[in-house]
Design a protein around this ligand. Structure first.
Ligand code: GRF
Length: 188
């Protein structure tokens, strides 16, 4: 049985997609949800799915390193950490504790449009194709080795809201698919 921990900060639609995908799985279990905001909607989604939650308040620690060390001490054993809308840059303490075992979902075709506003930035730039990337997390911002990508066309007259909806639909497929591939390849 492969054990996943999901990190999320907000709505958690990707977390919900992972829960649905692995609900009846005998091969993969989501063993915890980590959230950095006590009032994030994703927490209720985890509770409803019976998945244990760990809420971390970074402000309660003097440094990011101290917060991450506390987190590492709280985390159950895992094969993979999945950042699904986790709005923080992972620091060296978590990276050292889980080398090559943290992946991130990004709503653009990296290396284009890294950072917090990948959907809006691609839309504002006027590209005709954007998309979704899943990559290994390294010390940079959205810069690690790319594991999978899927395109999303920006058609004439499309609103940014419509683009966001389409990006999320694609994310909900690509993230579980990429995790399944890592397992099949024996990478985790
Ligand atoms: C996703 O678009 C993800 O790519 C980005 O944050 C968003 C999270 O959405 N990093 P949700 O919380 O999974 O609904």
């Amino acid at each position: 049985m492969k054990r996943l921990i999901v990190f999320a900060s907000g709505t958690g639609s990707n977390f919900a997609a992972l829960v649905a995908h692995y609900q009846a799985s005998a091969r993969v279990a989501i063993v915890a949800l980590v959230c950095d905001h006590a009032d994030a909607p994703v927490l209720a989604k985890a509770a409803a799915a019976g998945i244990p939650t760990i809420t971390i308040n970074y402000k309660g620690y003097p440094t990011k390193q101290a917060a991450e060390a506390a987190l590492v001490a709280m985390l159950p054993a895992t094969d993979l950490i999945v950042l699904a809308g986790y709005m923080r840059i992972i620091g060296k303490t978590l990276l050292a504790a889980y080398p090559d075992r943290i992946i991130n979902l990004h709503p653009a075709l990296l290396p284009s449009f890294p950072g917090r506003a990948g959907i809006q930035d691609a839309y504002d730039y006027g590209v005709k194709v954007t998309g979704v990337t899943v990559h290994v997390v390294d010390a940079g911002v959205d810069s690690g080795r790319i594991l999978a990508q899927a395109p999303v066309a920006i058609t004439a007259g499309m609103t940014v809201d419509a683009l966001e909806t389409k990006i999320h639909q694609v994310e909900h497929q690509l993230l579980p698919q990429t995790i399944d591939n890592l397992i099949e390849e024996g990478a985790i």
